[in-house]
Ligand binder design. Structure first.
Ligand code: NDP
Length: 394
């Protein structure tokens, strides 16, 4: 029986993964090792009971009594805290889903890779923060990383059986989010409520806002660079409002392979779950005649400066991804709290990168975990300082 763990089980990707596991027979087909969550204790306990998990872990130590109570009599062990999440990644599992949101996903992902595991990676922040380290760890320990972001799963699928030397360029698509055609003055006043209303995808709050600001696409540009190793000028973004074509790979003979699918994350998750085979996945089938047309346009880096900042990070590499991601997470916190204007998120990230480049060697060498975590910490402090100077009420 195949064993699995889901990190971030109570989130949007975690729920979709759970749905696929359950439809495939749940505890009858899969042995569940670890399920982790944050504050949604009731749901975590419910999932752990249904899949008869070995252990359920909450990220928050103050939630442990509630988790223990919710699991009473189930035989599922309950643990709590960031260390407990990392320890859960040490437990042997054939397949691990990395779907914690933010940089908190990095350490458990690395721990799973150090055991040579198969890691389905939705947590793009860990590739952005420590791409070189993550890929090197996978190589050193014979581990496999399967991309779960829909664009990267699409590139991965389009590259299957191809010679990487024949690839000229890779194009990842962006729906453009809810603000695709908004002018700058309207963007300046955009609210959290407007930003989470994604036209095509149903996702967690943070990634939905990142889609509206195109910080999500910025992270994905860096993710493409780190995961596949393409040079920055080989990677393009194309706005495609229908979200049917997820990525395209252009080859040296002029041919282009496009990957299409419905905007449902269960395709990419199911692909990773069944890899290297293909299994049945219950997503809607494409009806291109009903869709009628697919449209494409160039991205606007003036209205969406996150893309320009990502290109800088792709060139600098080293510790700049850790700084970029941490600053973005803090700017997003301030926006969600209603303190920072939508467009000021990019200004905070740019300002943080500028300040940090005067304090540490952002582009130096191949960083180790300590250097990554120290940069993440410092960038959060600097981004918080900068965000406060821009608060709407101050
Ligand atoms: P959600 O916000 O829906 O879920 C996040 C999960 O992480 C929840 O289980 C949450 O617990 C848990 N969590 C939150 N903070 C912490 C923490 N500090 N430590 C440990 N666990 C924590 O996120 P999504 O599912 O939308 O996204 C997950 C990852 O997948 C992100 O990296 C995102 O960029 C990526 N991704 C998501 C896509 C999507 O369609 N949603 C598409 C492609 C990639 P709880 O809710 O119980 O508090």
């Amino acid at each position: 029986m195949r064993s699995i763990s889901i990190f971030g089980a109570t989130g949007s990707i975690g729920e979709s993964t759970f749905d696929l596991i359950r439809r495939a027979g749940g505890a009858v087909t899969y042995r569940t090792v670890a399920l982790t969550g944050g504050r949604n204790i009731a749901r975590l306990a419910e999932m752990a009971r249904e899949l008869r998990a070995e252990v359920a872990v909450t990220a928050h130590e103050d939630e442990l009594p509630a988790l223990r109570a919710a699991l009473a009599g189930s035989g599922v062990e309950a643990t709590a805290g960031a260390t407990a999440i990392a320890e859960a990644a040490d437990r042997p599992a054939d397949w691990t889903m990395s779907a914690i949101v933010g940089a908190a996903g990095l350490v458990p992902g690395l721990r799973a890779l150090r055991h040579g595991r198969m890691l389905a990676l939705a947590n793009k922040e860990s590739l952005v923060t420590a791409g070189t380290l993550l890929m090197q760890t996978a190589r050193d320990h014979g581990a496999t990383i399967l991309p779960v972001d829909s664009e990267h799963s699409a590139v991965f699928q389009a590259l299957t059986g191809e010679d990487m030397r024949a690839v000229e360029r890779v194009i990842i698509t962006a729906s453009g989010g809810p603000f695709r055609d908004w002018p700058l003055d309207r963007l300046a006043a955009a609210t959290v409520h407007q930003a989470v209303a994604h036209p095509n995808w149903s996702m967690g709050q943070r990634i939905s806002i990142d889609s509206a600001s195109m910080f999500n696409k910025a992270l994905e540009l860096i993710e493409t660079r780190e995961f596949f190793g393409f040079a920055p000028d080989q990677i393009e973004v194309l706005v495609h409002p229908q979200s049917i074509v997820h990525a395209l790979v252009g080859f040296c003979d002029g041919g282009v392979m496009a990957h299409m699918g419905p905007p449902d994350m269960r395709h990419a998750i199911g692909f990773a779950l069944h890899w290297p085979e293909r299994g049945q996945v219950p997503v809607a089938r494409l009806d291109l005649a009903a869709l009628g047309q697919l449209t494409f346009q160039s991205p606007d880096e003036v209205r969406f400066p996150a893309l320009r900042l990502a290109r800088e990070v792709m060139r600098t590499r080293g510790l700049s991804g850790a700084a970029f991601n941490a600053a973005k997470e803090i700017a997003l916190d301030h926006f969600i709290a209603g303190k920072l204007a939508f467009l000021d998120m990019a200004a905070v990230v740019e300002g943080t990168l500028d300040r940090l480049s005067g304090e540490i060697a952002l582009g130096a060498g191949i960083p180790d975990l300590d250097a990554v975590l120290a940069t993440d910490h410092l960038a959060r402090i600097r981004a918080d300082e900068l965000a406060r100077t821009r608060h709407r009420n101050s």
